[in-house]
Design a protein around this ligand. Structure first.
Ligand code: MLT
Length: 257
């Protein structure tokens, strides 16, 4: 069972976090999202308070842990699910494992394509970096890509918080997730099967997943609407929490309630 946090009452919203962070990345949005809904966040295997997976780390295995966890907390109703980046990769696995459990889906700063050879090579370099130099070195390298350039300039505390969260993770969990992401296959064929309301959100300054790629992803989902957040990078919910909450809640009001 994964470490879970639940707040508020109403239609359940399950939020899946990015790499290499944990569920605390949703703390910035917790009050607004749990006002009229039940916000459920989890630490993916090996992150935050959740133990690393035993055996070969895969995104499918991560998704299976989520299924065990939602069954464990007795979540029977259909729920809204949102995944940011790695959380989105896991969401694409869940769409294959439990396709009938969702009321709506949201893909944030994520993609359905597998790693390119260069991206995979970079994962193995990062595994080496974590094993030889530790998480501080990975945080130094990752923060300038995870946080958009406007946010880094306007509010350096955002970068500092993300840095501290990366340093607080378990090296084993981070290495497992890098292996799992490197091994993932393309899940683009899942997109055309989605038949519940879908939201796709991209940051205009995301250097990890270009907004044009996310827009193309939205075109492959029959039910999707695409939103571009200006002056936001990859971790757009932390960078511009009010704007993110506003567009998410508007989507729920229009398409789910
Ligand atoms: C994330 O934010 O989860 C990562 O950028 C995903 C990745 O490394 O592909």
């Amino acid at each position: 069972m994964l470490s879970v946090k639940r707040s508020g009452r109403g239609i359940p919203l399950l939020f899946l976090h990015a790499f290499p962070l944990d569920q605390s990345m949703w703390d910035a949005n917790r009050a607004a999202l749990s006002k009229n809904f039940e916000l459920i966040t989890v630490d993916l295997p090996g992150f935050g308070g959740s133990s690393p997976l035993a055996g070969e780390p895969t995104l499918a295995a991560m998704a299976q842990e989520i299924v065990k966890t939602i069954d464990g907390i007795g979540l029977k109703d259909k729920f809204v699910i949102a995944g940011l980046s790695m959380g989105g990769y896991v969401l694409l696995q869940l769409l294959q494992q439990i396709p009938d459990r969702f009321r709506a889906v949201a893909f944030v700063s994520t993609r359905s394509a597998a790693d390119t050879d260069a991206a995979r090579e970079n994962r193995f370099k990062n595994i080496d970096l974590v094993q030889k130099e530790g998480l501080k070195a990975l945080a130094d390298k990752s923060v300038p890509a995870l946080v958009g350039k406007t946010s880094l300039q306007k509010d350096p505390s955002i970068g500092a918080r993300v840095h501290a969260s990366i340093e607080a993770q378990k090296p084993e969990g981070v290495v497992n997730a890098l292996r799992a992401m490197a091994a993932r296959s393309d899940t683009t064929s899942v997109l055309s099967q989605i038949n519940v309301p879908a939201l796709v959100v991209a940051g205009a300054e995301d250097v990890i997943i270009p907004s044009a790629e996310m827009e193309a992803m939205a075109h492959k989902i029959p039910t999707a609407e695409f939103n571009l957040m200006p002056e936001a990078g990859h971790l757009l919910n932390i960078e511009q929490p009010r704007l993110f909450e506003e567009l998410f809640l508007k989507f729920l009001k229009r398409r789910v309630l």
